[in-house]
Design a protein around this ligand. Structure first.
Ligand code: MN
Ligand code: MN
Length: 273
């Protein structure tokens, strides 16, 4: 494990890619996403300023720790939790680039050890609350069931949901999840403490972001998601951007949306420190 004590100072925002997509269903691909999002961010096609004025190209509180490729199987999840704990020990805030959505469970496990009060704002077309999916309890369709069982936040709010099944609805009730479906948007978050933000890019309508494995029409626009992120008043202390599938993104527009979210989330983290 790398020692980050020299590079990370309290309050810094650290970018970290986690290259894991073995818990995907239907298609693989997201393990290649972190470098593609970085390449898009630094392509020169856009600048590195967030809309609140934070300029990531000239921001000493922003740093990139590169990528981390965990081993396969349950040991990989333990590696992720250990790596994230190591970074959180430096009092830094993490912005993780996935990877499929299964990584949110081992990441949040480390967060829950560190923060006594923490909420989750989860953007997704899917609630990801399956007890198991295709025999895998760590599938990318299950991370929020594992979180609610083993390291529950104060509140879990899910935005953009449009794929509820009877099983998922009963899971949401059992875990007291606040589910904001498409008809309840625009949504204004009102959290009582720090927030961990988990952004599955398939929350966007496929017209805005075709580069995901599971196309789910009828989703949010890029601006809808940005408005919700901008309206979070509590500090965002950690975040992940997951499920970019480069195989389905020939024009690069989904990577550009991911890069935009990266700038806006990092900008929020730095400004609301
Ligand atoms: Mn999803
Ligand atoms: Mn998801």
């Amino acid at each position: 494990m790398i020692n980050h004590n020299k590079t990370l100072k309290p309050g810094m925002v650290a970018l970290l890619g986690i290259q894991l997509d073995e818990n995907s269903t239907f298609m693989s691909g997201p393990s290649e996403a972190p470098d593609i999002i970085r390449k898009t961010l630094h392509s020169g096609s856009s600048n590195l300023c967030a809309e609140n004025g934070v300029d990531l190209s000239n921001e000493p509180r922003f740093t990139d720790l590169g990528n981390f490729r965990p081993v396969t199987g349950p040991a990989g999840f333990n590696q992720i939790t250990a790596e994230i704990s190591n970074i959180l020990d430096c009092q830094a805030k993490l912005l993780v680039l996935g990877g499929d959505h299964s990584i949110t469970y081992p990441i949040f496990k480390a967060y829950k050890n560190k923060y006594q009060t923490l909420n989750i704002l989860h953007f997704d077309a899917h609630p990801d609350l399956y007890d198991e999916y295709e025999g895998n309890r760590h599938s990318h369709a299950c991370p929020f069931a594992r979180i609610m069982e083993n390291c529950p936040p104060n509140h879990l709010v899910q935005v953009g949901i449009r794929t509820m099944t009877p099983h998922l609805r009963s899971q949401a009730e059992r875990f007291d999840v606040k589910s904001i479906d498409m008809d309840q948007n625009p949504y204004s978050p009102d959290f009582d403490g720090p927030v961990y933000l988990s952004l599955d890019l398939d929350v966007l309508d496929p017209a805005f972001a075709p580069g995901v494995s599971h196309h789910e029409p009828g989703g949010l626009s890029t601006r809808d998601v940005l408005k919700i992120i901008h309206s979070v008043r509590a500090p965002i202390v950690g975040a992940d951007i997951v499920e970019l599938n480069p195989k389905r993104d020939p024009s690069g527009i989904t990577a550009m949306a991911a890069s935009k979210f990266l700038k806006e989330i990092a900008g929020h983290m730095i400004r609301n420190n």
